[in-house]
Ligand binder design. Structure first.
Ligand SMILES: CC(C)(COP(=O)(O)OP(=O)(O)OC[C@H]1O[C@@H](n2cnc3c(N)ncnc32)[C@H](O)[C@@H]1OP(=O)(O)O)[C@@H](O)C(=O)NCCC(=O)NCCS
Length: 175
C-alpha cells in the first residue's frame, strides 16, 4: 500500500526514473520541474542525491534561509516500497503569491502511475498533516482545464471559492 514518507534516499533509482518521465512530458512551473532544473543530472550520484533529499526535508524548518517570497514547506513523497509515485507539498502559510496562485498544497503523480487514484489518496492523506501544521482550511488551486486535479480536489471535499483567470481556487477543511 502506498503511503507518505519524508523524502528519502531509499527510492533513489525509482525517483530518477520518475524524473525522466516528467522531463519527457515537459513538466514546468512545479516543484518537480524546479528540482529537475537545479539538481539533474548531478543527483544520479548517491551523495548528491542525499544532499538534495536533506535540503528538501530542511525546507520545512521555519528558520531556514530562503528567498523572501518563499515560506516553509513540508514535502511528502508518496511511495510504495522502493517505488516513488508522487509528491505533495504543504506550504505552511499563505503569502500574496500563494493566496493568488499557488495555494497551500501542490502535488503531482509520475506520469506512469497516473489514473490509479494516487492523487486522490494523496490529497486526502495530506489533510491531517496540514492540520498538524496549524492549517485549518487549506487553499488548493488548479488550472481551469486540469480535469484530473479538479476531480481530486472535489473528492477531498474542496469547495470552489472562485475562478480567477485560468485558476480555480478551492478551500478544504482539514478536519
Ligand atoms: C492531476 C494529477 C495529479 C492527477 O493524478 P492521478 O493520480 O492520475 O489522479 P487520480 O488517479 O486520483 O484521478 C482522480 C480523478 O481524475 C480523473 N482524471 C485523472 N487524470 C485525468 C485527466 N488527465 N483527464 C480527465 N480526468 C482525469 C480520474 O479518472 C479520476 O476520476 P474519478 O474520481 O471519477 O475516478 C496528475 O495528472 C498530475 O500529476 N498532473 C501533472 C501535475 C498537476 O497537474 N498537478 C496538480 C496541480 S493543481
Amino acid at each position: 500500500m502506498p503511503d507518505f514518507v519524508l523524502p528519502t534516499v531509499a527510492v533513489h533509482a525509482s525517483f530518477l526514473a520518475a524524473m525522466d518521465e516528467f522531463v519527457t512530458e515537459g513538466a514546468k512551473d512545479s516543484q518537480t520541474a524546479a528540482w529537475i532544473e537545479h539538481n539533474a543530472p548531478g543527483w544520479q550520484d548517491a551523495e548528491a542525491f542525499a544532499e538534495f533529499v536533506s535540503e528538501v526535508v530542511a525546507d520545512a524548518e521555519e528558520d531556514r534561509p530562503r528567498i523572501a517570497r518563499y515560506v516553509p514547506c513540508t514535502t511528502l513523497w508518496w511511495v510504495d516500497g522502493e517505488d516513488y509515485l508522487g509528491r505533495l507539498a504543504i506550504r505552511h502559510r499563505l503569502n500574496e503569491f500563494l493566496l493568488d496562485v499557488g495555494g497551500h498544497i501542490g502535488y503531482d503523480v509520475r506520469p506512469s502511475a497516473r489514473r490509479h487514484g494516487h492523487a486522490t489518496a494523496m490529497l486526502r492523506a495530506a489533510l491531517p498533516c496540514a492540520k498538524e501544521l496549524g492549517i485549518a482550511r487549506a487553499l488548493v488551486t488548479c488550472n481551469e482545464n486540469n480535469d484530473g486535479s479538479i476531480r481530486v480536489i472535489v473528492a477531498a471535499g474542496g469547495e470552489l471559492e472562485d475562478v480567477r483567470g485560468t485558476k480555480r481556487s478551492y478551500w478544504l477543511s482539514t478536519g
